[in-house]
Design a protein around this ligand. Structure first.
Ligand code: KG4
Ligand code: ZN
Length: 325
């Protein structure tokens, strides 16, 4: 079995995965959303302190598995420096105490493998990752053959939901709140411009849209918020589908996946489904509980890395807050 730790942002999570069967034997996550909500975003130092409390509590519950552990895995990149270090320090301590190898997992690869919890992998895949930190399209052939073909030039898709929610005074995380508010709103009421629609670039940008929404909020009353939310969600999603359509002109999708916290968004899911129809492409999605950050996905990657003996020594494994795929 492998014990895996996730602490790259505001979720403290630990999983136990059986290597041979890829079965998830244990998974527990303690989210800090409530604590950060009053600030309208994640406060790194507060997050680090909460990880320092939560991780040892979860680890205690894993004690019955200690004797069967063959490795310990941990998210080491990318993420918040002060929170990554909490998980990595704990993983190193476990590695030394139990005399087992250490595996450093890339959080973004974790999101890709959230598609395959307790399942075999299915490659090649075109993947859209939409999270709080990233908006990118990747061609994934295997664990070690991942090519990023488009990414955001500024804010991410999820982050733009967080910022719009903050401007409306609706707390953090913004994604689920804005999605809920948008359900009763008019998607056509506010005519926001689709970002980069005249540009041939296959890239994403959300800062302009965010500012347009800010101006709309300033000129409106609270009664308009649901229409602003609906129009924003519509344009934020149209930006993704428009760029993907452009990309599909050269690379036809066969199997397409959406992963990351914002892949829970049902409007986004339905729009991508529509987009894929003419190509007859298959759409893969993670189970809702594995869309947002969790340690089950880290454990699933760790099993693959264990089989390939992709271990790190204590000295080698370090946090890398800003790595890219
Ligand atoms: O993957 P994740 O848990 O953390 C990162 O790796 O960043 O993603 C969190 C992000 C947040 O920005 C959150 O607002 C967004 O995902 N999110 C959503 C929805 N649920 C979560 N965005 C849009 N619609 C949602 N339903
Ligand atoms: Zn994530």
């Amino acid at each position: 079995m492998i014990l895996s730790i996730e602490s790259s942002c505001d979720d403290s999570a630990i999983s136990i995965t059986e290597i041979k069967t890829k079965k998830l034997l244990f998974h527990k996550k303690i989210s800090q959303e409530l604590e950060h909500s009053v600030y309208g975003g994640v406060v790194p130092e507060l997050a680090a302190r909460l990880h320092a409390e939560a991780l040892p509590k979860i680890l205690q519950e894993c004690e019955p598995y200690f004797k069967d552990l063959k490795a310990v895995a941990v998210t080491s990149t990318p993420g918040l420096a002060v929170t990554l270090v909490e998980g990595v320090t704990m993983a190193k301590a476990i590695s030394v105490a139990l005399g087992i190898p250490l595996i450093g997992v890339n959080h973004l690869i974790g999101h890709i493998y959230s598609l395959f919890i307790e399942e075999e992998t299915l490659f090649p895949l075109t993947v859209l990752l939409v999270s709080g930190g990233h908006t990118q399209v990747m061609e994934v052939k295997s664990l070690t053959d991942i090519e990023t073909v488009a990414k955001s030039m500024d804010d991410s898709f999820g982050e733009s939901f967080d910022k719009v929610a903050k401007m409306m005074g609706l707390g953090y995380p913004g994604g689920p709140v804005i999605e809920e508010l948008a359900k009763d709103g008019d998607r056509k009421k506010f005519n926001f411009t689709i970002p980069l629609s005249q540009s041939p670039l296959i890239a994403f940008s959300y800062s302009g849209l965010k500012n347009a929404v800010r101006l709309a909020i300033e000129k409106s009353t609270k009664d308009d918020y649901k229409d602003i939310a609906a129009s924003f969600e519509h344009i934020a999603t149209a930006h993704l589908t428009q760029k993907l359509k452009k990309y599909f002109k050269t690379v036809k999708p066969k199997t397409f996946a959406i992963v990351g916290g914002a892949s829970a968004n049902l409007y986004l899911r339905s729009q991508i489904e529509e987009l894929l129809k003419p190509y007859g492409a298959k759409l893969l999605l993670s189970e809702l509980k594995y869309c947002s950050d969790n340690a089950a996905m880290i454990g699933r990657v760790a099993v693959e890395m264990y089989e390939k003996e992709m271990f790190s020594s204590l000295d080698e494994l370090d946090i890398a807050p800003r790595s890219q795929l």
